[in-house]
Design a protein around this ligand. Structure first.
Ligand SMILES: *Cc1c(COP(=O)(O)O)cnc(C)c1O
Length: 361
C-alpha cells in the first residue's frame, strides 16, 4: 500500500494494515445494518456480538485463567493508577510500588492520594536503567499488593524475570500488553491502555481476579468500582465502542499470527535486529539500558552528539522512518516496535542506521 511509512510511534502507534482495511470496508454500513457500528446502540445484537467476542478472544489470546474477568474501561491506564488503590486498599493496608521510571512514578503519585504507599525499590540510583531482582525488593508488613510497571515505555526497560514475592502483583503492562506470557497465579490485576499493542486510544483493558471483587471498596463512585463493571460485563455505562471493535480485530490478527507465542517471537526477533545494529556499531549507537533488562518494545539509543541525533532524526524522517525521537524528558532516540510493526520496517531501520553511521563518522 502506497504512502504507509515506517511508524515507530510510542503510542498511539502502528496497527495491522489488514485490520485498518477491514474496518474501513465495513465502516459505513456494518454487516448490512444500514448504519455504522458506531452509530448503533451498544445494547443491540451487533455490538453485543462484537463485545462478547472481544472478551472471549482476549482471554484466549492472552491465555488468561478462568478465575479472571476482563474489563473494558475508559480513562486509559492513568485512571487505573487511582482505581487500583481506591478499590484494593483498606484501612491498615499498604501498597508497595516499584519505582522503575516515569510511568511507575505516575502510579505512585496518584496512589498516595488514596492510601499508605511506599516504594519497595527505587531505580533512581541507577538512573532507571534496569529493573530490580526479587532480593532487592523491600516488602513491608501488611502490603496488599506490589505494583510493577512491566515495561517502562520511556526508559526502555522491562522485567527479564517476574518478582518472586508472597504478596499479589498488580501490573501496568500498557507498552508490552499481550507481547509475552504471564504467570497469572502471581497476579491479582493486570491493566494497560489499549493504544500501544491492542488498538486505538480510548480504552484500558483490565484483567482482575474474580475472588478479590468481594472485598473491594464500595464507598466510591460507581464508575470507579471494579465489582460493578464486572457484574455488568463492562456495560455499566456506554463502553468505548470503537476501541472494543478494533481490539476484537487486532485479537483475531494476533491469533492468526501465532497468538502470544507468535507475538513474543516476533518481538524478540525485531528487538534482536535493532539491538544487534546498536551493538555492532562500535559504540556509535549506545543503549543506556542494562542488557538483561532491554525492552522488546521500546528500543532507546543515543548517537555520539546531540547534533548527530538531530541530523539522524531529520534524515530518518525523510527516508520514511517516523517518530524516532526519544521522549522529551530524556532526549535521544527511541524506536517503538510494538506487535503490529512489520519486521521489514525494523530491518530497513537497522540498514538505515548502518548507512547513516557510515556517512557521518
Ligand atoms: C502509555 C502508558 C501509560 C498511559 O496510558 P494512558 O492510556 O494514556 O492513560 C501508562 N503506563 C505505561 C507503562 C504507558 O506506556
Amino acid at each position: 500500500m502506497a504512502n504507509r511509512k515506517h511508524n515507530f510511534s510510542a503510542g498511539p502507534c502502528t496497527l495491522p494494515l489488514e485490520v485498518l482495511e477491514e474496518a474501513q470496508a465495513e465502516f459505513v454500513d456494518y454487516q448490512g445494518a444500514g448504519m455504522s457500528l458506531i452509530e448503533m446502540s451498544h445494547r443491540g445484537k451487533h455490538f453485543d456480538q462484537v463485545a462478547t467476542e472481544a472478551m472471549a478472544l482476549s482471554m484466549e489470546v492472552f491465555e488468561v485463567p478462568e478465575d479472571f474477568s476482563v474489563l473494558f474501561l475508559q480513562g486509559g491506564a492513568i485512571l487505573q493508577f487511582s482505581m487500583i488503590p481506591m478499590n484494593l486498599l483498606h484501612e491498615g493496608h499498604k501498597g508497595g510500588y516499584v519505582n522503575s521510571g516515569t510511568w511507575a512514578r505516575g502510579a505512585i503519585q496518584d496512589a498516595r492520594e488514596y492510601g499508605e504507599i511506599y516504594t519497595a525499590w527505587d531505580g533512581a540510583s541507577c538512573d532507571y536503567t534496569r529493573m530490580p531482582s526479587t532480593r532487592e525488593l523491600a516488602i513491608q508488613d501488611n502490603t496488599r499488593y506490589l505494583h510493577i510497571t512491566t515495561n517502562e515505555t520511556i526508559g526502555g526497560i522491562r522485567f527479564p524475570k517476574w518478582p518472586d514475592v508472597e504478596i499479589p502483583l498488580v501490573a501496568d503492562m500498557s507498552s508490552e500488553y499481550m507481547a509475552r506470557p504471564l504467570p497469572w497465579e502471581k497476579f491479582d490485576l493486570v491493566y494497560g491502555g489499549a493504544q500501544k499493542n491492542l488498538g486505538p486510544a480510548g480504552m484500558a483493558v483490565v484483567f482482575v481476579r474474580k475472588s478479590i471483587l468481594e472485598k473491594t471498596n464500595r464507598k466510591i463512585g460507581r464508575y470507579l468500582r471494579y465489582d460493578i463493571h464486572e457484574s455488568k460485563a463492562s456495560m455499566f455505562n456506554t463502553p468505548p465502542v470503537f476501541p472494543i471493535y478494533m481490539f476484537g480485530k487486532v485479537l483475531k490478527w494476533m491469533k492468526k499470527h501465532g497468538g502470544l507465542a507468535g507475538m513474543e517471537r516476533r518481538a524478540a526477533d525485531k528487538a534482536g535486529t535493532l539491538y544487534g545494529a546498536i551493538d555492532s556499531s562500535n559504540g556509535y549507537y549506545r543503549c543506556p539500558v542494562e542488557v538483561a533488562c532491554r525492552s522488546h518494545m521500546n528500543v532507546v539509543f543515543r548517537l555520539p552528539t546531540e547534533e548527530l541525533e538531530q541530523a539522524f532524526l531529520e534524515e530518518a524522517a525523510e527516508a520514511g522512518f517516523m517518530n524516532l525521537k526519544g521522549h522529551r524528558s530524556v532526549g535521544g532516540c527511541r524506536a517503538s516496535i510494538y506487535n503490529a510493526l512489520p519486521g521489514a520496517s525494523v530491518k530497513a531501520l537497522a540498514e538505515f542506521m548502518a548507512d547513516f553511521q557510515h556517512r557521518n563518522r
